[in-house]
Design a protein around this ligand. Structure first.
Ligand SMILES: Nc1nc2c(ncn2[C@@H]2O[C@H](COP(=O)(O)OP(=O)(O)OP(=O)(O)O)[C@@H](O)[C@H]2O)c(=O)[nH]1
Ligand SMILES: [Mg+2]
Length: 377
């Protein structure tokens, strides 16, 4: 377990891996969760279909760190409409988990279990098979096997500043507006992640609001300027004028590179110029927050897209948090994915794959805003 621990520390360690528990109804999924956490986390009963919504429980594994376990509804619970809804919730969790623990009822997988394994493989989720009820394994042994099977995040997650070889002592300037959209009393996650990554590189991190950028550029010659997407135009203009050798990017573009797929997003961006009257645009956000009047995904992006294309009749659909993407994805002319700061890379990648499979061009908030707000690179 030690090497995984150092892997997770290397990437910041703030994200606990998620482990889903899957199998047919009554196979002992909830009992296993309770046994390994030593808690009554999930309801257990002999009635098939006891677990309905996924149950998530954080558990600190000795010598490893926190793991989020996700207990799910049995995948064969399809005899009723409500059962089918339960199973659909189980399938959704496949885009969030880093490891699937599959409890097999018998030595050989049944038809339903085989379909489960096919789904897991189709979602590229690593999995661990455990024998029926895992009753002859101690909780410690089950945890040991699970932790050994969780892929190291550092292996999968590129560094926050990507391929930029930033040298200790170089200045990274972060532009963080404290406006009506900023949460009270704290920075948002991408800003914290950028600060942390800059410190790890030994860079000199300077943080300003857009109004103080001119003063900061008078005092420092940054190698990299990272701005909130909304201030892209002003920040780029000023940096080009005062410090032309500095690269300007945004938190959302860095996240697009780290968790998304810059090439797919770049190709998706081209679809903006082909949008037509009545086209449908899907806006995908991974966090869930109260919608405000100047909400970036709900208000600003639709407004900027309508203004840029001159097409008032664009129709927008919004997906937030862990909600599933619409069934009829191919009805959309464009999908726009947020940076995914609170999402796992796997979750963002799953959504990109779904769009690509349906032939829907997909791009990212930051890259789209950079285009719509008239900054050419
Ligand atoms: N003897 C024995 N019984 C078990 C074991 N694990 C679970 N059971 C029993 O099997 C029944 C179902 O257990 P659950 O943990 O609720 O099964 P589940 O897979 O979560 O079921 P659903 O939520 O309905 O999909 C309960 O009566 C448990 O007491 C085990 O290891 N040994
Ligand atoms: Mg259960």
């Amino acid at each position: 377990m030690g090497s995984k621990d150092s892997n997770r520390r290397a990437c910041g360690g703030e994200r606990a891996p998620r482990v889903g528990i899957y199998g047919v109804t009554n196979v002992g999924k909830s009992s296993l969760l309770n046994r390994i956490t030593g808690q009554q986390a999930a309801v257990v009963s002999p009635v098939a279909g006891t677990t309905t919504d996924p149950v998530r429980r954080v558990f600190e594994v000795a010598g490893y760190g926190p793991v989020i376990f996700v207990d799910t509804a049995g995948i064969d619970d399809e005899g009723s409409e409500v059962g089918r809804l339960r199973v659909a919730k189980t399938w959704q969790t496949l885009s969030e988990v880093d490891l699937a623990v599959v409890l097999l009822a018998d030595a050989r997988p049944s038809g339903a279990e085989q379909r489960l394994l096919d789904r897991i493989r189709a979602n590229d989720v690593p999995y661990l098979l455990l024998p029926s009820r895992a009753a002859d394994l101690s909780a410690e042994e089950v945890l040991r096997r699970i932790c050994a099977a969780i892929p190291g995040e550092a292996d999968a997650m590129p560094p926050f500043f990507g391929e930029r070889a930033i040298v200790a002592g170089e200045v990274i300037l972060l532009v963080c507006p404290i406006d009506a959209g900023a949460p009270a009393g704290r920075l948002i996650l991408p800003q914290v992640q950028a600060l942390r990554a800059a410190l790890e590189l030994g860079a000199v991190a300077i943080v300003v609001q857009p109004e103080q950028l001119g003063e900061a550029l008078r005092l420092h010659a940054p190698r990299l300027v990272v701005t909130d997407s909304q201030a892209f135009r002003e920040v780029t203009t000023l940096v080009r004028e005062r410090c032309p050798e500095a690269e300007v990017t945004s938190f959302s573009v860095l996240l697009a590179e780290q968790k998304g797929d810059a090439a797919v997003y770049g190709a998706g961006l081209a679809a903006v110029d082909g949008l037509k009257a009545g086209d449908r645009v899907l806006v995908i956000e991974n966090c869930s927050h109260q919608v405000t009047c100047d909400d970036i995904g709900r208000t600003k992006i639709p407004g900027w897209l309508r203004a840029y294309t001159g097409i008032e009749s664009l129709e927008f659909t919004f997906v937030s948090g862990r909600d599933p993407l619409p069934e009829s994805l191919s009805d959309y002319a464009l999908a726009v994915q947020c940076g995914g700061c609170v999402a796992t890379r796997r979750m963002v990648q799953a959504r990109i794959r779904a769009a690509v499979r349906s032939g829907v061009p997909i791009t990212n908030y930051g890259m789209l805003i950079r285009k719509l707000r008239g900054v050419s690179f």
